[in-house]
Design a protein around this ligand. Structure first.
Ligand code: ASP
Ligand code: MG
Length: 407
């Protein structure tokens, strides 16, 4: 008897070597034996994608994005074939496919393509034959037959999109941790696994530094209301459910504390206080594909003002060059760089209905003699930029103060 359709996604660490691939195969087969139809999405083995990028860099640091996609998509092609073989060895029928083969059609923006549509006929045909269908994550194909990839961590997106398109009963994301935690357990051993978290909180946590799932995949899950179960491929424990709404006790204000050390800060001093000055700087930056994040500017009392903003470390060298040039063009002053920063954030839907959360956060930092350099807020998060050496202490102190630790 058919029990329902489950989409399972296994990340790179879950298939990093032969034993782990066999472990995944056993888990998949045990689900199949319970009577579920299964679509399994896999990432590239371990650090394969990073290694392929390094390899390409050695050949040509300015490799074309089309060829990068051609190269990177091979990682997942290896995984699906090996997993199919491992399942065959256990005596079950399985068939592997690339993204192109199952009709994951994307736009033409190579290395960060967007899914336009998925043709599920082929998958359904194979499921009907009783086979376990294995799909290469992270990839698709344009209408022109060019292979594309969906951005780093894109296998999550493949899984969520397939779950939506196939109307799956469950979408499970298997990883090397047991779920989503109140903070990184490597920084705070008292961190707790969260039972349920909303899409919005998860999105916020992902973009603020939690590395559980690709942010884009959560956006899609939210848009189509696909519930996600994040869990470990090394244990049978229930993980974390990512869902629309969570019933919590009233006093839960903050659900998690995140840390991001991958940003750098740039300050342009003495920007002339006239319309269009800031626009010039940020237009130049965005024109070069630089992702500016937090921006702070104060009103000026002297007809000049400082503007500070953060950019991803990987884009820092490029960003500082562009900023220096733009600053000269608008007759601003010095441009100061600071790579020695980190962002600590608190996230929680409870903030919408509670006041004094920001004050409490700043107080915790003050008590620990930590100076705040920049602040930004959203509906459900507050972030502070502080000196990097204080970030881990700050995470632990906030985690404690907002009552997140193990009881
Ligand atoms: N292998 C790709 C990456 O490392 C996709 C994924 O892991 O989801 O980004
Ligand atoms: Mg990976």
């Amino acid at each position: 008897m058919r029990k329902g359709l489950v989409v399972q996604k296994f990340g790179g660490s879950s298939v990093a070597n032969v034993e782990r691939i066999q472990n995944v195969a056993r888990r998949v087969v045990s689900y199949r034996n319970k009577g579920y139809d299964l679509v399994v999405v896999v990432s590239a083995l371990g650090d394969t994608t990073d290694e392929l990028i390094e390899l390409a860099d050695k050949i040509n640091t300015g490799a074309s994005e089309r060829e990068m996609d051609m190269l990177l998509s091979t990682g997942e092609q290896i995984s699906v074939a090996l997993l199919a073989m491992a399942i065959h060895k256990l005596g079950r029928e399985a068939i592997s496919f690339t993204g192109a083969q199952v009709g994951i059609i994307t736009d033409t923006s190579h290395t960060r393509a967007r899914i336009i549509k998925i043709n599920t006929d082929k998958i359904k045909e194979e499921l009907a034959k009783g086979k376990i269908v294995i799909v290469a994550g992270f990839q698709g194909v344009t209408l022109n037959q060019d292979i594309t990839t969906l951005g780093r961590g894109g296998s999550d997106l493949t899984a969520v999109a397939l779950a939506k398109e196939l109307k799956a009963d469950e979408c499970e994301i298997y990883t090397d941790v047991e779920g989503v935690y109140t903070t990184d357990p490597r920084i705070e051993p008292r961190a707790r696994k969260i039972k349920e978290v909303t899409y919005d909180e998860m999105l916020e946590m992902a973009s603020l530094g939690a590395q559980v799932m690709q942010a884009r995949s959560i956006e899609v899950a939210k848009k189509f209301d696909v519930p996600i179960h994040v869990r470990s491929s090394f244990s049978d424990k229930t993980g974390t459910m990512i869902i629309k709404e969570v019933k919590r006790m009233e006093d839960v204000v903050v659900s998690g504390v995140t840390l991001n050390k991958n940003e750098a800060k740039i300050t342009v001093c003495d920007v002339p206080d006239r319309p269009g000055a800031a626009a010039k700087i940020f237009k130049e930056l965005s024109g070069s594909g630089i992702n500016v994040d937090m921006i702070v500017q104060n009103v000026s009392h002297t007809r000049k003002t400082d503007i500070s903003f953060t950019v991803p470390k990987a884009q820092f060298q490029k960003a500082i060059k562009i900023t220096r040039k733009a600053a000269r063009n608008i007759s601003a002053g010095e441009v100061i760089e600071d790579q020695d920063i980190g962002r600590v954030s608190i996230v929680g839907v409870g903030m919408k209905t509670h006041s004094g959360v920001a004050a409490k956060m700043f107080e915790v930092l003050a008590l620990n003699k930590i100076n705040i350099e920049m602040i930004s807020t959203s509906d459900i998060s507050i972030s502070c930029i502080i000196k990097k050496k204080f970030t881990e202490d700050a995470v632990r102190a906030l985690h404690e103060k907002f009552g997140l630790g193990k009881k």
